[in-house]
Design a binder for this molecule. Structure first.
Ligand SMILES: NC(=O)c1ccc[n+]([C@@H]2O[C@H](COP(=O)([O-])OP(=O)(O)OC[C@H]3O[C@@H](n4cnc5c(N)ncnc54)[C@H](OP(=O)(O)O)[C@@H]3O)[C@@H](O)[C@H]2O)c1
Length: 391
């Protein structure tokens, strides 16, 4: 297994890390339910998978309190018994949700409960989970950074970082707000200008932060059989690679990427990804290969049914319909196919929450749309598709 650098630390992470958000479950995946919401983790299989990952050289395991309704932390704790804990760095997160955190008084009990679940006395890499425009100022106001300093001083936390799900300007603001050791961003060859994107990766790295990548396969969407127009571009290449290998290699090519976290749910996936991680390093792609990713990205994007550029001139909708978000989700589902599957942090946000307000056809948005999209009609199409109703 190749190793990489991790920001300013001397420690070297394995190129591939284990994301414990999509552990094997006893029941089948259910449409409309993201795998990480499923609590019936198959304990013996999950423990075998995590230990095998460590035996194969993975030295970083990432989990969080909400994954599998709390079961992920418990299973990771069990998997790391029998000497495995000291072979890996462990990452988990402070999840700001009213279920757990209502005031600063809740920080300590939350962390102490995680330590218990994880059967350890310290978390090597602790993240403020999924920061975005409301969570970050609220947590800051509650004094989370001072609290984290204290938890670092008493040894319960090794290093502090954050994971991010919002637009780029906020990312830069957060990077600059504290002396973070690392951050975690959603990043893959399709999402180069979404959320932190390539710009964020480079910015964080330039400030000395290690960057761990989540959703390298778009939560599995880039692992599925690609549409014909995309498959033919991969097939023209001299090198024979699976879509997964192409996707992971693109990340390892970039020296600013410290570690790629994949949520592998079977031994086969683990072994394939470990094999890929052993043969890819910074600068591993040629100019021709990089151009191939540009063509694949364009081919995927050409499949999107609505030419919405998220300029947001249609907002605010007088009736509160989040038009750009609905169109983005609709485009995503059509582009990557297999309606209802392939959950990303973005699509987890979910059709049901986006579609609570129904369009009343007032037309204010159509007058404002520079792309002249027939918004009223296309919202109807999106609704029908996303709710899985027959057209
Ligand atoms: N901090 C945050 O806000 C946040 C958000 C998202 C994720 N994360 C972390 O980042 C980790 C990685 O994200 P992710 O789980 O979305 O990773 P991902 O690698 O994009 O998606 C994982 C899925 O890809 C498929 N897959 C992986 N390897 C494969 C292979 N060799 N062949 C075929 N399919 C393969 C599997 O899908 P199937 O199971 O469908 O086969 C697997 O469940 C998570 O596990 C979690 O620890 C953090």
């Amino acid at each position: 297994m190749n190793t990489r650098t991790f920001g300013m630390l001397e420690w070297k992470p394995s190129a591939l890390g284990f994301g414990a958000m999509r552990l094997p479950t006893r029941s089948e995946k259910r449409p409309g339910i993201s795998p990480h919401q499923m609590e019936d983790v198959d304990g013996p299989r999950a423990i075998e998978l995590i230990r095998r990952a460590i035996d194969l050289g993975i030295n970083y395991v990432d989990t969080a309190r909400p994954y599998h309704q709390g079961e992920s932390e418990r299973i990771v704790g069990s998997a790391l018994r029998n000497g495995y804990r000291y072979k890996v760095k462990l990452a988990t997160k402070l999840t700001f949700s009213p279920r757990w955190i209502r005031s600063a008084d809740d920080f300590d009990p939350f962390l102490d409960d995680q330590l218990k679940r994880l059967q350890t006395d310290h978390i090597d890499f602790y993240l403020l989970h999924a920061l975005q425009k409301t969570r970050w100022p609220a947590l800051r106001e509650m004094g989370v950074l001072d609290w984290a300093e204290r938890a670092k001083a008493d040894g319960r936390i090794g290093h502090l970082g954050f994971s991010f799900h919002d637009d780029y300007p906020l990312f830069e603001e957060i990077v600059d707000a504290y002396d973070w050791t690392f951050c975690q961003i959603l990043y893959n060859y399709m999402d180069i200008d979404f959320q932190a994107g390539t710009r964020g990766l480079r910015y964080a790295a330039s400030k000395g932060l290690a960057v761990s990548v989540m959703e390298p396969l778009r939560g599995g969407q880039l692992a599925r059989t690609p549409p014909e127009t995309v498959a033919s571009i991969w097939e023209e290449a001299d090198e024979v690679r699976t879509p997964v290998e192409w996707a992971l290699r693109w990340l390892w090519h970039q020296s600013e990427v410290s570690i790629v976290l994949s949520g592998m749910s079977t031994l086969e996936q683990l072994e394939q990804n470990v094999k890929s991680a052993s043969s890819a390093e910074a600068g591993c792609l040629s100019g021709d290969e990089l151009a191939r990713y540009d063509r694949v990205r364009a081919a995927y994007r050409a499949l999107s049914p609505i030419p919405c550029s998220n300029c947001r001139y249609c907002q605010p909708c007088p009736h509160g319909v989040p038009i750009p978000e609905i169109f983005a989700l609709y485009n995503e589902k059509v582009m990557y196919g297999e309606h209802g599957q392939g959950f990303t942090a973005f699509s987890d946000y979910g059709a049901s929450r986006l579609l609570t307000k129904e369009c009343i056809a007032c037309g204010a948005c159509e007058a404002a749309c520079p792309q002249q999209i027939k918004i009223i009609e296309r919202l109807r199409d999106a609704r029908t598709y996303l709710l899985g109703e027959s057209a």
